[in-house]
Ligand binder design. Structure first.
Ligand code: T4K
Length: 401
């Protein structure tokens, strides 16, 4: 319990937590069930190349997303690369800068130019009103990102893509188990890609998938993830190795078995933060549309330093000192990272909302490894920090001087 500024670990006090609290601590699920699957896999001696676990995993993910096809892959980045290539996307692609760097890199990796679009004012999502300004004769596609699992403006992007003859793909890395207007994420656009990285709502250690209702696209992606093989000795496409392993699918299946419990735990955490952080001027908890399905995997705060008297960055340093490893996702925005910063040095002039947002956003520890008691302690600390924002800032400045 902190009562004076000296109690803060950043200013010499003892850290609130002995063990670090992470944003992305993996959900494990039923260990016994996982081990049993691994034993079976070893007995079968079938470790990769479209094995039975991968096929079962694909069927269950397709059912969850209410789509015809799920093509499981090594990770979300490879899933995006293959989806983009199989969809014939080239030239320039419009996407938000406020996303994980992989969304841009998966394009640049294939010599496709990412064109960064601003977020809508007050939102964490691409601004559909700005998309058309970014279209050039080289534009072939739009990628919308369902940041934090909250759907981006799907209807508006679909309308623009259809009218302008562009492909539309969604980065649904955060959005498994979420819905838009009552329909599960996964079936929108030409395809949506998912991530099952260790830090995600559902994890397969590393993993990803593309989900789609397009039969031809799904076929092409299946070949492309397997070197382009269309038969035993026949190769029809240039391909890569994007195959999900059996052990990854075993973990994915085990996570799927307890998905409802993970959502319940995430939702409990979210509610605990909601209760603990209301009524503090200058901070805003990212709100999910509770009439839809949500996975509540991310707990996101926006901090307005003009009101709190303390910057988001100083709050991060204070929390880290207490062993609360909050993250600044997605600071500083893709356009401020290389090679894009050098390629497009003036991009920020068109990305003022993104620039502002990346100064405010903070991702707090959640997931099944974080308890409600931990969250109460984190909220108490945040209250204390914000009640003393100005004084802490002055101390920190003299500390650094
Ligand atoms: N699109 C979007 C919108 C994405 O967010 C991502 C990935 C992708 C596409 C690409 O999907 P993948 O190719 O990754 O499947 C992390 C994740 O590595 C990344 O998957 C995720 N987004 C991104 C938002 O976060 P880092 O570099 O911040 O991860 P890292 O290693 O710092 O871990 C985050 C926290 O989790 C740390 O506090 C430590 C903790 N952690 C991590 C791992 C791996 C654990 O406690 N255990 C673990 O095993 O990117």
């Amino acid at each position: 319990m902190k009562t004076t500024l000296k109690d803060l670990a950043y200013l010499g006090g003892t850290a609130a937590f002995e063990q670090a609290l992470h944003v992305g601590r993996p959900n494990i699920g039923d260990r016994v069930a996982l081990m049993a699957r691994i034993e079976d896999m070893l007995d079968r001696r079938w470790f990769t190349n479209n094995g039975p676990y991968v096929q079962e995993f694909e069927q269950r993910i397709a059912a969850l997303c209410q789509v015809k096809h799920c093509v499981a892959m090594t990770n979300g980045t490879i899933a995006q690369e293959i989806a983009v290539r199989a969809a014939g996307i080239q030239g320039e692609v419009i996407l938000p800068s406020f996303t994980f760097i992989a969304t841009a890199h998966a394009l640049q990796w294939q010599e496709i130019t990412p064109v960064f679009c601003d977020v809508a004012p007050g939102s964490h999502h691409i601004d559909p009103n700005r998309v058309e300004d970014m279209i050039t004769p080289r534009t072939t596609a739009i990628i919308g990102v369902h940041v934090w699992g909250a759907p981006c403006p799907i209807d508006e992007l679909t309308e623009i893509a259809n009218r302008r003859g562009l492909r539309l793909i969604f980065d649904a890395a955060h959005a498994l188990g979420c819905s838009y207007k009552g329909r599960m994420i996964g079936g929108f656009g030409a395809a949506e890609f998912l991530s099952f990285h260790a830090t995600k709502f559902l994890n397969s250690f590393e993993g990803g998938a593309v989900v789609t209702n397009d039969d031809a696209l799904a076929d092409r992606m299946r070949y492309m993830r397997n070197f382009g093989f269309a038969g035993l000795d026949r190769v029809d496409y240039v391909g890569t190795n994007g195959k999900m392993t059996e052990i990854a699918a075993a973990m994915g299946l085990t996570s799927l078995d307890c998905l409802a419990e993970i959502v319940a735990s995430n939702q409990r955490n979210y509610r605990a933060y909601q209760a603990g952080l209301t009524g503090i001027p200058g901070i805003k908890l990212f709100a999910y549309d509770e009439t839809e399905h949500n996975n509540f995997q991310y707990v996101i705060l926006e901090i307005d330093a003009a009101v709190t008297g303390i910057t988001r960055d100083l709050i991060v340093q204070l929390l880290h000192a207490e062993n609360i490893l909050a993250r600044r996702y997605f600071y500083p925005g893709c356009h401020q990272m290389e090679p894009y910063r050098s390629y497009f040095p003036h991009a920020r002039l068109l990305l003022s909302e993104t620039e502002e947002l990346t100064q405010k956003v903070l991702s707090l520890p959640s997931g099944t490894a974080v308890t409600e008691a931990d969250i109460h302690e984190i909220c108490r600390l945040i209250h204390f920090i914000l009640a003393n924002g100005q004084a802490i800032t002055e101390k920190a400045n003299s500390h650094e001087a």
